[in-house]
Design a protein around this ligand. Structure first.
Ligand code: HEC
Ligand code: HEC
Ligand code: HEC
Ligand code: HEC
Ligand code: HEC
Ligand code: HEC
Length: 275
């Protein structure tokens, strides 16, 4: 009984942190919006609409590693300084969105930015530059996108929170197939050494320990997405981190809560039955 009480107090305490982090109570993110990133380093300044990038559209087809290691997208929104000129030269979005490439037997992908364009091309621009300008009415295409999300999500294994999709299970059951290599961009990698799964013991009594699975993470992330930037990873237990760090988007929180399942799902990390 005492144990349960301790855990409840902690849960309530953390809920408080999660709410007060931005000073205001966070609005619940809709399933189709979870993982969406608004890119506006230069768009509004240049007179075009900001870009709305949807992780769900892309992570159903690619590993995180392809984009965040091989192509080199930043793990923090608007830190990468993506420019129209780079996209035009075939970097960043232009690596795939070049009017030529196709993946998994799909259609040729529409091209990225261009400095010369006519009215017809504008439709293409607006597929990416689709975030409403301040004061602009809700984009009519939003409903279509929400429908597309629903249609897709309905075919996926379910999960509470985040996109409402159990991505781990979707990958494992081969409901989705992930591209992990792009010709001419990705380097040939030696087969990955298998790292053992291990437990991270929580420091507070009554909090179930965490089982961290290397095997499950490397499918999506390879090694380089975590080592050495997020975890130095020389030896487990050397670097100390707490839930407060995680809520501050560090360590596990660099992905969980933004793109991978949210931190409110305590039981998915704090359980002995993760395996
Ligand atoms: C098709 C490419 C692509 C794939 C696949 C992809 N990402 Fe991203 N990700 C991006 C881009 C683009 C950004 C924004 C970068 C910028 O602003 O410079 C981003 C940003 C992020 C951010 C920062 C978000 C924020 O709000 O600050 C995180 C975290 C992230 N990605 C994690 C992941 C994880 C985890 C996966 C795999 C499950 C993944 N990404 C798959 C392209 C991708
Ligand atoms: C690794 C290859 C790759 C990269 C890099 C990439 N995309 Fe895509 N993108 C795709 C593929 C493949 C699809 C088609 C997915 C589908 O229809 O199932 C797609 C689809 C889209 C769509 C259409 C979504 C819809 O509503 O139909 C948009 C918009 C988009 N990407 C924007 C971007 C932006 C913005 C960037 C750069 C920040 C980017 N993509 C980078 C591969 C990529
Ligand atoms: C595949 C997605 C995609 C498409 C299609 C696309 N863009 Fe972009 N564009 C981007 C991204 C991502 C950025 C960087 C956004 C930011 O951070 O402001 C960008 C930035 C820009 C900028 C800002 C100035 C700069 O130097 O970065 C301009 C102007 C621009 N695009 C014009 C266009 C035009 C015109 C078209 C249509 C012919 C177009 N784009 C189509 C993804 C796209
Ligand atoms: C999702 C993030 C993530 C990925 C991906 C990942 N690791 Fe780790 N790794 C960790 C964490 C967390 C630790 C524990 C270190 C810590 O807590 O600071 C760790 C620890 C290690 C250690 C030390 C182990 C020990 O017993 O002390 C090695 C070696 C290692 N990782 C190698 C790898 C290799 C090789 C890969 C790719 C096959 C990989 N890691 C992929 C997060 C990751
Ligand atoms: C993404 C995985 C993950 C999720 C989700 C998660 N935790 Fe944790 N939690 C951790 C890690 C990692 C630690 C640090 C373990 C260590 O080294 O002591 C931790 C530590 C803790 C601790 C020990 C004190 C501290 O701050 O280090 C408590 C209490 C705790 N978590 C409660 C929660 C509660 C309550 C939730 C749900 C709101 C939650 N956790 C969700 C991974 C997670
Ligand atoms: C580089 C990004 C990244 C980091 C850092 C990261 N994860 Fe994950 N994790 C993922 C992705 C992607 C998945 C797949 C599921 C999803 O996207 O929701 C996942 C899945 C999991 C799962 C679910 C496994 C299952 O069987 O369902 C657990 C548990 C987990 N992570 C715990 C942790 C813990 C604990 C840490 C920190 C020690 C951590 N993660 C750090 C990206 C990350």
């Amino acid at each position: 009984m005492k144990r349960i009480f301790v855990v409840i107090v902690i849960v309530l305490g953390f809920a408080g942190i999660a709410f007060s982090a931005g000073g205001v109570k966070k609005k619940k993110v809709l399933e189709q919006d979870f993982g969406n990133v608004i890119l506006d380093t230069n768009s509004l300044k240049a007179g075009v609409n900001p870009v709305l990038f949807e992780h769900w559209v892309h992570r159903k087809a690619f590993t995180c590693r392809v984009c965040h290691v091989d192509i080199g997208f930043s793990m923090k929104a608007n830190e990468g300084g993506i420019r129209a000129i780079d996209n035009m030269k075939g970097y960043y979005c232009g690596t795939c969105h070049n009017g030529k490439s196709s993946f998994n037997g799909g259609e040729k992908l529409f091209a990225s930015c261009s400095d010369k364009f006519n009215k017809e091309d504008m439709k293409r621009c607006l597929r990416c530059h689709s975030q409403e300008k301040p004061g602009q009415e809700r984009d009519a295409k939003r409903e279509q996108r929400e429908k597309a999300f629903r249609t897709f999500a309905d075919t996926m294994p379910k999960e509470r929170g985040g996109n409402g999709i159990n991505w781990e299970q979707a990958e494992e059951s081969k409901t989705i197939t992930l591209v992990d290599y792009i010709e001419g961009i990705s380097t040939k990698r030696p087969p990955m050494a298998n790292q053992k799964d291990f437990t991270i013991g929580a420091k507070v009594e009554g909090v179930p320990e965490i089982i961290f699975s290397h095997k499950k993470h490397t499918v999506w992330n390879g090694c380089e997405l975590c080592h050495p930037d997020i975890f130095v990873g020389v030896k487990k237990g050397v670097e100390k981190y707490s839930m407060i760090d995680l809520f501050g988007d560090k360590y596990c929180g660099a992905c969980h809560g933004k793109v991978a399942f949210p931190q409110s799902d305590c039981r998915r990390c704090h359980t002995k039955q993760v395996q």
